[in-house]
Write a protein that binds this ligand. Structure first.
Ligand code: BGC
Length: 737
């Protein structure tokens, strides 16, 4: 029998001599107090070749392997970019039928861009990041920053418009907001994925100058300023090589020039070649089918280009382990930044704060395009009978659209919100047109009779004091939806015919367009009020109704131009060769003249210009001043001006600063956005705006020398309420370079 004293001695012996060694055995990679780099090396040295390769490709639709033996967790990824997608089955796209995954839908990224407010971007990122964290995702597949090049692109709604500066400023806070939750943002689709037609194979040909000035800046800002922890390669090719394994884009520019230290994730099924995937900068291969390609197959994930073929090549000496280690280091870094980080908060899901954030972003992004005779706002009680007409008044816009589709906890429709504001007794609804159900990759026409729908709507319109028309596009195939482009810029489903008929019955009409793209408006002159309302997410109806009754003064600005007709748009102007290409090659012939750069320079008047957006009040811009008149290329202009609210309600104005290089050795756009500032101003109040403009940002990219160049000479600085409403300007001189 052990006596008490010897028991205590043994216990003490254990504590002194046994426990400390146990503690000292704690592996460095598990120790959150160690630097990430040390943790990476400690994990890497313990891993077998097989374990390393297993980390470089998918194990299910939305996850990749960790190292179970070492307690290193799997990576779970989720779409993105407007909410956290519902869970799908391991190997299939169909729903996993969870009951706990209905999320908050935030407004589409076109709406976020339209807020012209970086604070909204931070709020967006923080909120969606919290939802992703709560759902245990390590990677959020978003935001998207492909440039709006044509109004036909089915995925424009997932991006931030046509201007590289606007997209750059808006993408950075989104990423920071997401990542402060210990969730990696995955910026997509890198790069030049500006259309859905031929997206899997078309090779984009574009000059270095347009690449650097137009298509790359938002990705560069995402990496260098946003410090994005992952990026997704695009489906298309660039100069003959698929973007998911494009040496120039991934190795040279992203990882070389921009020193990206995160993970390059392929788009799902975007990998086509093991040699290129191994050597050209891809780190993690994800797939649409179980063989990593887009067709159905009974093979397993082991067949992926970065799976067995990779392992085989490593074993035979074809591929170097050094490159594999670089991939694995990046993947481990992502894990240590997210799931294995000590600083990871716990997240929140469908919280009241998230609804409030979704509402605020939606309200700030709604754009008042036209408002003749102050038709809006429409106070409660002003009209006895209001006809709400149009399918989009009741249609869910979180369903459909492709990978960004969401299962939401709630989505307030415009009709519901109008009824709540104006009272059920004052609202009568008529569908007016019908689009048919939403199905991925398939257009299913409506079976309802279009003429009867119009006839009923016209009767309703005749007897109403006001029409609130809610139309636009939707998330059906060949509308605003992945995997297809629109067939034309016209409103679909017979809406132009319907609107023309409604106008003969009642001209007191406000048109609310729900879309992520510009539409043609043959009826524009006859309609007194038009509102661009995007896809607004869970709080859609509330945001629209708040603007309509005047509780919210609209302050959104267009993040892309609305052409009068499709052929006016730069990409279309040059014919099929320029858009959509022939399936093999596509030449971006408009070069740097994208969006308003084209309309301005070519003196083609758009229907509504980039940056346009009215308010219920009026703003007067004061005189613009700078601290000096002559600047060196490395100096910063300190710009000052005042904005006065000269109307009757408080409101916010997104003031825009454009520059123009008066004389240049190369073609430069008439105007380029270089700054913006959104300020809330009380009635009668005047606010000072101060903006710093680094002269180096006015450079152009010289295609021959491959350098950014500032040519000495005169530059005009313009401030305005939109790209075609410049209120003040002055010139400064730049000396030296
Ligand atoms: C889309 C990506 C998306 C992925 C996963 C792809 O088809 O292009 O944007 O994140 O699917 O759903």
């Amino acid at each position: 029998m052990m006596n008490k004293n010897s028991f205590i001695s043994i216990a003490l012996f254990c504590i002194i001599f046994y426990l400390p060694p146990l503690q000292a055995q704690k592996e460095i990679y598990l120790d959150v107090n160690q630097s990430i780099d040390k943790r990476i090396e400690s994990a890497l040295e313990k891993m077998t070749l097989e374990e390393k390769v297993a980390m470089c490709h998918a194990q299910s639709k939305f996850s990749s392997k960790g190292v179970p033996r070492l307690g290193i967790p799997e990576i779970w990824l989720s779409d993105g970019p407007h909410g956290i997608r519902e869970e799908v089955l391991w190997d299939e796209w169909s729903t996993a039928k969870w009951t706990s995954d209905s999320c908050t839908a935030f407004p589409a990224l076109t709406c976020l861009a339209a807020t012209f407010n970086t604070q909204m971007s931070l709020l967006y990122g923080k909120s969606i990041g919290e939802e992703a964290r709560y759902r245990n995702k390590a990677v959020l597949l978003g935001p998207g920053v492909n440039i709006y090049r044509t109004p036909l692109n089915g995925r424009n709604f997932e991006y931030m418009g046509e201007d590289p500066y606007l997209a750059s400023r808006m993408v950075v806070p989104y990423i920071q907001g997401v990542q402060q939750n210990g969730v990696a943002a995955c910026v997509k689709h890198f790069a030049l994925n500006n259309q859905e037609v031929y997206r899997m194979g078309v090779s984009v040909e574009v000059s270095d100058r347009a690449l650097r000035e137009i298509y790359l800046p938002a990705f560069k800002a995402a990496v260098e300023e946003g410090n994005a922890w992952s990026i997704m390669g695009a489906y298309n090719k660039f100069r003959g090589e698929h973007c998911c394994h494009n040496d120039l884009l991934l190795n040279k520019i992203l990882k070389g020039e921009w020193a990206f230290d995160g993970v390059v994730v392929s788009d799902w099924g975007g990998v086509h070649n093991s040699d290129q995937a191994v050597n050209n900068g891809l780190d993690l291969e994800m797939g649409t089918s179980t063989n990593g390609m887009t067709s159905k197959s009974t093979s397993t994930y082991d067949q992926y280009y970065l799976a067995n073929p990779y392992l085989k090549g490593l074993k035979s000496g074809k591929y170097s382990e050094q490159i594999l280690n670089d991939k694995v280091r990046r993947i481990l870094k992502l894990i240590f930044r997210t799931t294995m980080s000590a600083n990871r908060p716990f997240g929140k899901f469908v919280s009241p704060e998230h609804s409030a954030a979704a509402l605020q972003i939606a309200e700030q992004g709604i754009v008042l395009l036209k408002n003749n005779k102050h038709l809006l706002p429409i106070e409660v009680g002003k009209y006895k009978k209001i006809a709400v007409i149009g399918e989009n008044a009741t249609r869910s816009m979180t369903v459909g659209g492709g990978s960004s589709k969401l299962k939401v906890v709630s989505e307030v429709s415009p009709l519901q919100a109008f009824i709540a504001k104006y009272g059920a007794d004052h609202i009568i609804y008529s569908q007016g047109y019908s689009s048919g159900p939403s199905k991925y990759g398939k257009e299913i026409p409506s079976t309802l009779n279009a003429d009867s729908l119009i006839a009923v709507a016209v009767e309703v319109a005749k007897n109403a004091d006001l029409i609130l028309y809610v139309g636009g596009l939707n998330k059906n195939h060949l509308q605003d939806c992945e995997n297809g482009d629109r067939k034309s810029m016209d409103l679909p489903f017979g809406q132009d015919k319907l609107l023309t008929a409604l106008l003969t019955a009642n001209k007191n009409i406000a048109v609310i367009l729900i879309s992520g793209n510009a539409v043609a408006m043959p009826w524009v002159n006859e309609v007194p009020a038009i509102v661009q309302a995007w896809y607004l997410g869970s709080e859609a109806g509330n945001a629209i109704a708040n603007v309509f009754v005047g509780d919210v003064n609209p302050s959104g600005k267009l993040p892309f131009s609305f052409p009068k007709k499709l052929e006016d748009n730069a990409a279309q102007f040059f014919g099929k060769d320029s858009y959509p290409g022939d399936g093999i090659i596509e030449n971006y012939k408009e070069d740097i003249l994208v969006g308003y750069r084209w309309f301005d320079t070519k003196k083609i008047a758009p229907l509504f210009a980039f940056g346009h957006g009215l308010s219920y009040t009026t703003f007067e811009y004061g005189k613009i001043t700078t601290d000096k008149t002559i600047y060196a290329g490395n100096e910063t202009v300190k710009l000052r001006f005042s904005i006065k609210n000269t109307g009757k309600v408080k409101g916010a104005e997104a003031a825009q600063v454009y520059i123009s290089d008066v004389k240049s050795s190369v073609l430069r756009p008439m105007k380029e956005l270089k700054a913006f500032s959104k300020v809330m101003i009380e009635v009668g109040e005047s606010k000072q705006v101060e903006i710093n403009l680094p002269v180096k940002d006015w450079a152009f990219f010289n295609d021959k020398t491959k350098l950014w160049v500032i040519e000495p000479g005169k530059f005009t600085i313009m401030i305005g309420s939109s790209s075609d409403d410049i209120r003040q300007s002055l010139s400064v001189n730049v000396v030296g370079s």
